[in-house]
Design a protein around this ligand. Sequence first.
Ligand SMILES: [Mn+2]
Length: 349
Amino acid sequence: MEMSFRWYGEDDPVTLENIRQIPTMKGIVTAIYDVPVGEVWSRERIQELKAQVENAGLKISVIESVPVHEDIKLGRPTRDRLIDNYIQTIKNLAAEGIDTICYNFMPVFDWTRTDLAYEYPDGSNALIFDEEVSKKMDPVNGELSLPGWDSSYTKDEMKAIMDAYAEVDEEKLWEHLEYFIKRIIPEAEAVGVKMAIHPDDPPYSIFGLPRIITGLDSVERFVKLYDSKSNGITLCVGSYASDPKNDVLAISRRAFELDRVNFVHARNIKLEEGKSFKESAHPSEYGSIDMYEVVKMCHEFNFQGAIRPDHGRMIWGETGRPGYGLYDRALGATYLSGLYEAVQKNNRK
Ligand SMILES: [Mn+2]
């Protein structure tokens, strides 16, 4: 288990120097953010990013994410050229020594919350998802602009893309995912890259859009699309646990048994009424996830990949990118490493 931390590049208020001072920190999870989705990441740009991280005394553990163009998810004819580009990016990353790539297959919206700065009684702020509020959100006609919503879409473009997905139900989306997987995985395998699909967050349909990487059945179905360790998952326990129907520990155990866990996101959430939830501090006592059991499984299955604290709260007056402040994620990292040390030593006697 290798402790890692997400870094958003030079514009991130959290610096590499901050990150390297976090006890037990080994690696960086990052991406190139200014290459348009669908274009190839050049060797030069990857080298630049790598040098930046290495000059700070760290290394790149995982690329998160190489985004998948909507035309691939929609199964449009342009997808073949876009998949060629995606494969070239995988090859370029591999040539620079990067061996794990996280991505997701969520239509239009990435992770979605209804409030980015919910205030807990202790004064800390967290991201939350309120089911009732989410039902009132309408990406086409509504005035609300929310996180994870791609602000590069104009209103007309948003309507066009939402209309395009009206033709794509869950089965169609699975077909498009299968097409993508069958093309990229043999290439990733050939260059020693492990792909890690992130679950949909939250793991159910929102705004009428199909969502398919949602629970145990999805994991079972996904791994069968292509039988290879390179065709793996990001075990984001916070995302899987956000559907009260999911048993996140059962999903974790199954994914480890299948040997398809290529990356772990450890975040805790507190389930509330219905499908509402609040992100919480990492320790088990604050959320619905038994984080000790998650870390114990990483040890039991001798997980060699990267783990990172996922979103954190904003504490101690910190301002910055919601979910991605320094302090609470640093506490999360040391907590997770502490659990791991205890499990490891307990198993040694
Ligand atoms: Mn995650």
